[in-house]
Design a protein around this ligand. Structure first.
Ligand code: FAD
Ligand code: FES
Length: 263
């Protein structure tokens, strides 16, 4: 993990409340695993805690990386005001990232994402394709209006979409999308990678945990230090009847094998 004052080269709006921000700096040399995140200081004196945001794309040649964020509170609203040439104090890359070591050439891999869980899945899909694997994307948004990166994902691999109101893809959530898809296929994928809200992750876990060995879930948690020191982000380990064993989402995760933690 490193820390650097990185320079913003672009900060463009993709959809209502959704922005794509590009950062340039030496820190990019350290980024390589999809699913890792950056811990970014908000340049506003009264906001002490850094904000965790997933890495969306890494470009080692240009020494740039992108993040995609949705404005929620003061921190992300401040990010939205920044322009090319401004700087951000960035720590990272943090977290374990998705483990691609067991994925083999020609393996079918389901990539499943919902809402603001989708950004890290883009770099993941690109890296899986580089390995010769065959990803299939399942992406869910609230509405067409707040969807983003649909063209980008579609250009990489087959992409199935759902929206709550049916304005893009099927009407329903990612769970509905998966249920429908699974009825139409005779073979399950070799691996499943997912990032989204807990409800979506629970559905993914219930569908695949007993059937496929390589199911990885990226959990979201409120964080403070982001590097394993403060215990703000712990969750319990499954099948630990004493409830004494815990893991830290920031440091041991954010990616966990399905069936191993309670969330
Ligand atoms: P406020 O609500 O004002 O934040 C107040 C405090 O709560 C801050 O310390 C903030 O960090 C924390 N907080 C609020 N919501 C969350 C949350 N959902 N998760 C963790 N901490 C939170 N959001 C994106 O838009 N894009 C991403 O790619 C992305 N990746 C993430 C990766 C990880 C590993 C985690 C843990 C969270 C990620 N988030 C992402 C959520 C993002 O961190 C929060 O939306 C953001 O911190 C909100 O800050 P705020 O100041 O705008 O909101
Ligand atoms: Fe401090 Fe995870 S945020 S231990």
């Amino acid at each position: 993990m490193k820390q650097e004052i990185m320079t913003i080269t672009a900060n463009r709006q993709l959809a209502p409340r959704i922005f794509e921000l590009t950062l340039k700096g030496e820190l990019v040399d350290w980024m390589d695993k999809p699913g890792q995140f950056l811990h970014i200081r908000v340049p506003q004196a009264d906001l002490l805690l850094r904000r965790p945001i997933s890495i969306n794309q890494i470009n080692h040649t240009e020494k740039t990386c992108t993040i995609i964020y949705r404005t929620e509170g003061q921190g992300t609203l401040h990010f939205a005001k920044l322009k090319a040439g401004d700087t951000l104090d960035v720590m990272g890359p943090l977290g374990n990232g998705f483990d691609l070591s067991e994925v083999k050439e020609n393996d079918t891999v389901y990539i499943i994402g919902g809402g603001i869980g989708i950004p890290p899945l883009y770099e993941l899909s690109k890296q899986l394709i580089q390995k010769g694997a065959k990803p299939i994307h399942f992406l869910g948004f609230a509405t067409k209006e707040v969807s983003y990166y649909v063209k980008e994902f579609t250009e990489l691999a087959p992409t199935y979409l759902s929206t709550d109101d049916g304005s893009l893809g099927i009407k329903g959530n990612v769970g509905t999308l998966l249920d429908e898809h699974l009825m139409s296929v005779s073979q399950l994928p070799q691996a499943v990678f997912a990032c989204g809200n807990n409800g979506m992750l629970k559905k993914v876990e219930s569908l695949f945990v007993d059937k496929i060995d390589n199911v990885q879930l990226s959990l979201e948690s409120r964080m403070a230090c982001g590097m394993g020191a403060c215990y703000a982000c712990v969750c319990h380990v499954k099948d630990d009847l004493t409830q004494e064993k815990s893991v830290k989402v920031c440091d041991d995760g954010p990616i966990f094998k399905a069936g191993t933690v309670i969330f």
